[in-house]
Design a protein. Structure first.
Length: 492
């Protein structure tokens, strides 16, 4: 990835500041509870939800196992339909390709439908450096862009803003970007939506270049799919003369039959709808409808490195529904900005460290941004076992070990600041491998229980500062069992 948000500290420091913001916590609590309650009702309507979830998992795993074959098939299908495929190994290469394609049209403006891949690579900033203005057209992304802010949620990037804050942003910033906000604008949703509609309409009608992402790519036909709820995507995908789509290589599905599964699970898990109001599909170009020129930029940017990890690769199943964010107790209190990535919440805690590596302080801290409660796994429509990957990445942070970075097999060094944890794990491993030593340690702990402190010293304060230490029992379980059962069960 192109790096973290500028100036972002590690997760614990950023989260500590966010938790102290009462307005932010109120906005997050209201929004996440509302979305997850609606989602639960939408999912409950389907008797075969568990079967759909399992089907989605299997389709994604099959595709990832044969990703090389399906990507070649996709390129052939897109090319046959009149499109042009470009391959980008990293963010810099993707940005260079898109900037060059825009410059070749002679245009200095582009309209965008929300794309997390372009946020991941910092495309807007790269285009701005070349004198090209990129205008976000998704309502929440527009709010973030006008407010010189950062997205904090996958589905609702401006979830941290309330209506009063949005009204103030529109009043003060819209005029500098185009059509100003109407006089006397209030914070009612209808008026805010109308102000955005009027502001964006002139951009839709003027723009000759559109930039998009895609929720899915169908290998057998070369079809790309964007699902959205506002209609801005349809405008960006049909009105411009040139369309450039930047899509992660993991977004591919083999066939239309496979796509049918995800068009049921994605809307219910994201917007709690039976289907999205706008599902746009396009295959190459035609002379009579839509853009005359279509470019597909296939983005790697750490994805093949992630694919090489047998445990961590399941993160590439993600269909960006954001259900895991809405049930996560950590996200609800800390918000998305604390994750220092365009991918916040539980999925960001496992995806960002794999795409970017764990060498920086913030990336090394993200696998710890979880209580491991498992709620994220329960709601994931493609059954990503996020807690399993979190523990796997914690081991990588503490112990280091073999990994793949930029296509090369390397041995990672342990991250700084985890020496005490590493020593504790080694001591525990030594004790658990020696039953006699473990039994002696348990007896010593029980007999000295009156002397135990209420809080832990040194690095342990980070754990006991917000938790009560569990009381040590007066007698180890093994001794109790020996005393009450005479060792019969153990002998058997």
């Amino acid at each position: 990835m192109s790096g973290t948000f500028v100036g972002m500290p590690a997760f614990p420091a950023a989260a500590r500041e966010a938790v102290g913001d009462a307005t932010l916590r109120g906005n997050l609590r209201h929004a996440t509870h509302t979305i997850r309650d609606k989602r639960a009702r939408a999912v409950a309507e389907l008797d075969d939800w568990a079967a759909l979830r399992e089907a989605g998992r299997r389709i994604k795993d099959h595709t990832l196992r044969h990703l090389d074959r399906y990507l070649v098939q996709l390129e052939e299908s897109v090319t046959a339909a009149g499109g042009t495929v470009h391959w980008a190994a990293d963010a810099d290469e993707a940005n260079e390709i898109v900037a060059r394609l825009v410059e070749e049209t002679g245009e200095r403006e582009v309209v965008k439908v929300k794309s997390m891949a372009t946020q991941e690579i910092g495309l807007n900033e790269a285009l701005e450096a070349r004198g090209i203005h990129a205008y976000e057209t998704d309502l929440a992304e527009l709010i973030v862009q006008l407010g010189k802010d950062r997205p904090s949620h996958i589905l609702v990037p401006a979830i941290h803003r309330n209506r009063g804050e949005i009204r103030d942003i529109f009043r003060s910033e819209m005029g500098a970007w185009g059509r100003p906000a109407p006089e006397g604008l209030t914070d009612t949703p209808a008026e805010l939506a109308e102000a955005a509609r009027l502001h964006l309409r002139e951009k839709f009608l003027r723009a000759r270049v559109g930039v998009s992402g895609a929720n899915f790519m169908v290998a057998e036909t070369g079809t790309l799919v964007v699902v959205e709820s506002e209609g801005n995507g349809r405008m960006c995908l049909t009105l411009p003369e040139t369309l450039i789509s930047v899509v992660g290589i993991e977004k591919i599905v083999p066939s239309w039959r496979d796509l049918e599964v995800f068009l049921q699970t994605l809307p219910r898990s994201s917007t709690a709808e039976r289907m999205n109001p706008y599902t746009s599909m396009w295959t190459g170009t035609t002379d009579d409808d839509g853009p005359r020129t279509f470019h597909l930029v296939l983005l790697d940017n750490g994805r093949t490195d992630t694919l090489a990890d047998e445990v961590g690769r399941q993160a590439l199943r993600c269909i960006r529904c954001s259900a895991c964010l809405n049930v996560c107790p950590v996200y609800e209190r800390a918000g998305g900005h604390a994750y220092g990535s365009v991918y916040p919440g539980p999925i960001g805690a496992i995806l960002s460290p794999q795409l970017r590596g764990t060498g920086s302080e913030i990336n090394a801290s993200l696998p710890y941004a979880s209580s491991l409660c498992g709620a994220c796994y329960e709601v994931c429509p493609v059954a990503i076992d996020i807690p399993e990957v979190l523990v796997h990445l914690r081991e990588r942070v503490v112990q280091g070990g073999p990994a793949v970075r930029e296509g090369n097999r390397v041995v990672l060094k342990p991250a700084k600041g985890h020496a005490a944890e590493r020593a504790a794990m080694r001591a525990a491993g030594w004790a658990f491998a020696r039953p006699g030593a473990l039994r002696a340690g348990q007896r010593l702990a029980s007999r000295s229980r009156r002397l135990h402190p209420r809080t832990l010293p040194g690095p342990g304060r980070a754990w006991s500062g917000s938790r009560e230490l569990p009381a040590v029992p007066a007698e180890p379980f093994r001794d109790w069992w020996q005393r009450t059962h005479g060792g019969k069960g153990e002998a058997e």
